[in-house]
Design a protein around this ligand. Structure first.
Ligand code: 1DF
Ligand code: MN
Length: 350
């Protein structure tokens, strides 16, 4: 274990990204071919063509699952990363390629986790394009590769997880008792028009529009009535939904269900407090963190950095210095993640 000095908690970062070199090169191919998803063209056009050398050098850092990542973690004081295939992962490919990429990414990540079990844990990548294969990969991820959850990068070719064709994936996650990290993607084709016009499609805003909408669709479609034990993790302090909580409940009760919308058993806020956990990825901002803790509960908000897209030692310090009790801080950085992802940190403490 890295020296964690006099800290009495581990810093576990829960939304940390990687990309196999093979995925980067497949993505380059898609960009060259053109006629692709406009959000993908915008986001990965930026990282892979316009300015390959952004300050944080993200493309190189994404591909490292060894010494560079470990020394970056040491530099910012991160004890453990929960690593997942970066967005849009497999979800931009046709079905066969997507399934192959999921297997390849999972095998690479599992090797890295085996090499550094105290520093790395992993989430299973899947190809939602083939829901039955994805369900099998979730089982392989948990039972053979030792992964601690599933990563889904929001929409798949414009389709959302409330669509019943994807439900074998939700069933498998519930059956294996692992959470699904519903990570952002750029908005789908039908949603992106006026957003991409002003270059707002990425992490600045479009990610939250897309991903908050995705979660809300799942809630009002009754996904959590059908899968009451399903656990979702959502980054960026819940993609703005906590701020909307009062209005979502009020308008759901008085407008949506009476309008021919599906009628579900609970209010939106009740699903968020039962089925959803939140991370602070990219939101190192005390007022928003405290507000989210206040409205959803301190037992639902955990730490994430979003490496390598966010790689700021100051943001870790911001979390260290939040006005919390020692016990609450330990929960934020360590306890909640250990329970939600069922981490085995006994070895890490040794
Ligand atoms: C960015 C941000 C890119 C996040 C990401 O994956 C990502 C970015 C492509 O800054 O462009 O996961 N994020 O989660 O905020
Ligand atoms: Mn992210």
């Amino acid at each position: 274990m890295t020296g964690n000095g006099h800290r009495d908690y581990l810093r576990i970062a829960t939304e940390e990204a990687f990309a196999p070199p093979e995925v980067i090169s497949e993505w380059r191919g898609l960009l060259e071919r053109g006629d692709i998803d406009p959000g993908f063209a915008s986001l990965w056009g930026f990282f892979l063509t316009t300015r390959a050398e952004r300050p944080q050098n993200v493309v190189a850092r994404l591909q490292d699952l060894g010494e560079r990542r470990l020394s970056d973690m040491d530099f910012t004081g991160i004890d453990k990363q929960i690593i997942s295939l970066t967005a849009p992962g497999t979800q931009i490919f046709d079905t066969d390629r997507a399934t192959g990429i999921a297997t390849l990414a999972n095998d690479q990540l599992a090797d890295a986790c085996r090499a550094h079990p105290d520093r790395f844990a992993g989430l299973t990548a899947v190809a939602p394009q083939d829901p039955d294969a994805a369900a099998k990969e979730i089982e392989r991820g948990v039972t053979q590769l030792g992964f601690n959850g599933v990563i889904i990068n929001s929409h798949t070719h414009g389709e959302y997880l409330d669509n019943q064709k994807f439900w074998p994936i939700l069933e498998a996650a519930e059956a294996q008792d692992v959470p699904i990290y519903l990570h952002p993607n750029t908005p789908s084709r039908g949603l992106i028009g006026p957003i991409v016009e002003q270059r707002l499609d990425g992490a600045i805003y479009g990610f939250a529009v897309e991903t908050g909408l995705h979660l809300l669709r799942m809630i009002v479609a009754g996904v959590f009535d059908r899968f009451p034990r399903l656990r979702l993790v959502v980054g960026h302090l819940g993609e703005a939904l906590p701020f909307w909580l009062y209005r979502l409940d009020y308008m759901y009760a008085s407008r949506v269900s009476g309008r021919g919308g599906q009628s579900v058993e609970l209010l939106p806020s009740e699903y968020l407090k039962r089925n959803v956990w939140i991370t602070t990825s990219g939101m190192a901002w005390e007022p928003a963190i405290q507000f989210t803790r206040q409205v959803l509960g301190g037992d639902r908000v955990m730490y994430a950095m979003d490496y390598p897209y966010e790689f700021e030692a100051d943001e870790v310090r911001t979390h260290d210095e939040l006005a919390l009790t020692a016990g609450e801080r330990r929960e934020l950085f360590q306890g909640i993640a250990e329970r939600v992802f069922k981490l085995d940190t006994a070895a890490a403490k040794g």
